[in-house]
Every structure is written in structure tokens, then in C-alpha cells.
Design a protein around this ligand. Sequence first.
Ligand code: ATP
Ligand code: MG
Length: 219
Amino acid sequence: MSITDSLDRMNKPNKEHTRIGIMGGTFDPIHYGHLVIAEQIRCEYNLEKVIFIPAGTPPHKSNLRVTDSKHRYFMTILATITNPYFEVSKIELESEEVSYTIHTIEKLKKVYREDTDLYFITGADAICELDTWKNVERLTKLCKFIAATRPGLERSQVDAKINELKETYNASIGKIDLPALAISSTDIRNRIREGQSIKYLLPEPVEYYIYKNNLYKEV
Ligand code: ATP
Ligand code: MG
């Protein structure tokens, strides 16, 4: 049993259904935007833990260059290590196929008890594209979604999209408003390429890992 497992057990709230958060992403690199939304949602929704799942070959980014999965996995471990409620799963990295969320959620449903509630955590940009995801109808039956606001998107548009998804798929989609965290992996990668500082946008060990491994230098 890992340290995280034993801490999880000690802190397990006494309630009927276990609630687990799933934070999927490319994490190229992971940054404070990801960490803050995961922690806020964990607390607000009383989640037992949040599992960070770096995407193997992300379907929506298959035509773009994505950093080696080994590096994205290590950076996610480094970023989450100080939070006993955060875990990292290799489930999508071990598969050769394109990572579709439906396959990941189906696998997790087999690992956890039948009555476990899975909460898929996304940013507002990702939830607005939900109806392009594979087997979205079945996906919305298997897990609930929680979307965090993200700068750059009109709140009213996001609300309208969430309502549309709820009606079309009878989906459970919650929303949380967070102080604007205008951080993105794209911006971090651009800053490195241009020799600008990335300090305070992501945890320091991740920053050092990036420099040590010469990541994001090439166009
Ligand atoms: P990229 O710029 O490469 O797309 P990203 O910063 O969007 O990177 P992803 O790995 O694509 O990071 O995002 C994983 C999930 O985290 C997505 O659901 C995304 O919407 C969400 N997310 C990322 N950054 C933020 C943020 N600053 N605020 C809210 N949600 C965020
Ligand atoms: Mg993104």
C-alpha cells in the first residue's frame, strides 16, 4: 500500500458513495491552473481523491507535437507529490491507442466499486467541446462532469453550452467559478521558447525538470 493509499484510507469520509475526481489532460506541462481547479473541486465536492491522468495520444491534439509521455508523467508526479489527495495514473500512457476518455472511464469503472461516483474535471474550454468526444452519450451515463471557468471564454456562452449538453444527454454537469487563472501550457511553452520567465506559473520542481531536460526549446 502506498503512502497516498494509507492517507486516503485514514481520511475517508463516512458516506455511502465514494466520490473520485478524474483530472484528464495533456499536462504539457502541468501548471497551477490544473492544480488549483483540482484542489478546489476536491474540496467543494468532498472528493476522496483526484486522479491525474496524463493523456497518451490525445485525440484532439494528434496532429500536434506532444512531449514524450515519460516527461509529462514525471512532471505530473512532481507537481502533485505534496498533496496526499492527488494521485497520478499511467492508464492512458500504457496504451498504444489514441486515448479516448470513454475507454479510460470504462476501465476505471471496473477497478472501483460499481456505486463509485466518478467526477470528470475539466476547464470551460474542454466542456464546450464535449459533444465532439467519442461516445459522449455513454460517457455522460458513466460519469459526472465539473467544469471550471477559464479566462478567455464568455461565461454566458459556457452556461448556454452546459445547459444544451444537459438537455441533449441528460448529463450531470456542475460548474465552479474560480478567480481567473490565466495560465495555459501553450503560454508556458511559448515563454520558454522565447527565453521568458515561467516562474510562479507552475511548481518549482516542474520548472527545474523542464530546464534539466531541455524541454520546449524547439519550435
Ligand atoms: P494547452 O495550452 O496545451 O491546451 P492547457 O493549459 O489547456 O494546455 P490541458 O492539459 O490541455 O492544459 O488541460 C487539461 C484540462 O485542464 C482541460 O480540461 C483544461 O480545460 C483544464 N485547464 C487547463 N488550464 C486551466 C485553467 N487555467 N483554468 C481552468 N481550467 C484549465
Ligand atoms: Mg488545453
